[in-house]
Design a protein around this ligand. Structure first.
Ligand SMILES: NC(=O)c1ccc[n+]([C@@H]2O[C@H](COP(=O)([O-])OP(=O)(O)OC[C@H]3O[C@@H](n4cnc5c(N)ncnc54)[C@H](O)[C@@H]3O)[C@@H](O)[C@H]2O)c1
Length: 333
């Protein structure tokens, strides 16, 4: 039995369902949960060799829809659900918004209905810092108004509201929405890279791809009001993020209703700082050039993490050097 799980949950036979558990973040949580993890993933954005890397997890290669979830719940002894399944590309969501509403919102509705039918009351939801939009000043705290600036962000706000309203009419139900900032890195020993099927959108996989393919990285804007003119974001190690889920599974029994919690480092780094650190940590060279700003990108975005510390007893452990090393290692085979 996985040691971490044993510490938190004792010897109970209850399991945790991870929708989207073969993706970048879900695979790290699954690894920590060991044989307590049951995964449903349609592989729409995963190439993971899960039989080799997560041999102890039960995997359903299926869509997370009402019928498949009901079927799964009838076979497995599930007490908690971590709902990660969603499409996550901001740029694709601008081109094809219906695809995003259909997948991200429908799967959440069907999951809630199926959980209700099967009397499963504990849900950890994968939300995002994108729900804050770009009109607030960082650090961003959980009480700020939500304001989406793209269809992907809209789906995250709709799902948070949906879960909140669902809870009002189903009082046994509880949910923690973790609003992730920017997870990077990978497990240092096993290779669970952030390797989307299509074009990479996040900074770290883009950096790695450009180095491996000897391409030039485009930096969107060098005229922002920051120390070097490039945007500031809040980065954390994906294993720190995965740990926040383990802590949420433990704490959810103590909360009432719905709670949103930021998961980030509480500090920001510029794009240039990340690039320089990546080169130093891995002794590699990256070519980059500045291009025009991207529409909708806030200059500065980092989290206030008091709630995560207070409620979950969570704080990030890994530094930027380790994050850069682990990210590179996970691709470098
Ligand atoms: N990676 C980030 O920077 C980040 C930041 C904030 C929030 N999030 C959210 O965290 C969650 C996980 O992100 P990730 O980076 O691991 O993404 P990912 O694309 O690597 O993982 C998502 C997984 O869900 C699966 N999936 C999608 N729709 C499905 C469906 N209908 N049925 C079954 N499986 C389905 C995909 O195949 C994929 O394996 C997402 O909800 C994302 O919006 C991610």
């Amino acid at each position: 039995m996985n040691l971490l799980y044993l510490v938190y949950f004792g010897k109970s036979n209850m399991k945790v369902l991870l929708t989207g558990g073969l993706g970048y973040i879900g695979s790290h949580i699954s690894y920590l949960l060991g044989n307590r993890a049951v995964i449903i993933d349609n592989l729409s954005n995963s190439n993971l060799n899960y039989k080799k890397l997560l041999p102890f997890c039960k995997v359903y290669k299926k869509d997370a829809n009402f019928k498949n979830l009901n079927d799964l719940f009838s076979k497995e002894n599930i007490s908690h659900v971590i709902h990660l399944a969603a499409f996550k590309s901001v740029s694709e969501s601008l081109i094809n918004p219906t695809k995003y509403y259909k997948n991200n919102v429908s799967s959440t509705i069907e999951l809630l209905e199926s959980m209700k039918e099967n009397k499963i009351y504990n849900l950890i939801y994968s939300s995002s810092a994108t729900v804050y939009g770009n009109s607030h000043t960082s650090p961003l705290d959980e009480n700020l108004s939500l304001n989406a600036i793209n269809p992907y962000g809209s789906t995250k706000i709709i799902c948070e509201n949906l879960i909140k309203e669902f809870i009002q009419s189903n009082i046994n139900f509880k949910s923690i929405a973790l609003r992730y900032f920017n997870p990077i890195g990978s497990h240092p020993e096993i290779k669970l890279p952030d390797k989307p099927r299509g074009e990479a959108e996040n900074l770290m996989p883009k950096i790695i791809k450009c180095i491996l393919e000897k391409k030039i990285l485009k930096i969107y804007g060098n005229d922002y009001p920051t120390k070097d003119g490039t945007c500031i974001r809040d980065y954390m190690h994906v294993l720190d993020l995965a740990n926040a889920h383990i802590k949420s599974l433990k704490i959810i029994k103590k909360i009432k209703g719905f709670k949103a919690i930021n998961i980030g480092s509480g500090t920001g780094f510029t794009v240039l700082e990340i690039i320089r650190q990546f080169q130093r940590s891995n002794n590699v060279k990256l070519n980059y050039k500045y291009v025009k700003r991207r529409k909708g990108d806030p200059a500065i975005c980092f989290s206030k993490v008091d709630q995560a510390k207070k409620f979950l007893g969570w704080r990030p452990k890994y530094n930027l050097d380790q994050m850069c090393k682990d990210a590179w290692k996970s691709y470098n085979f």
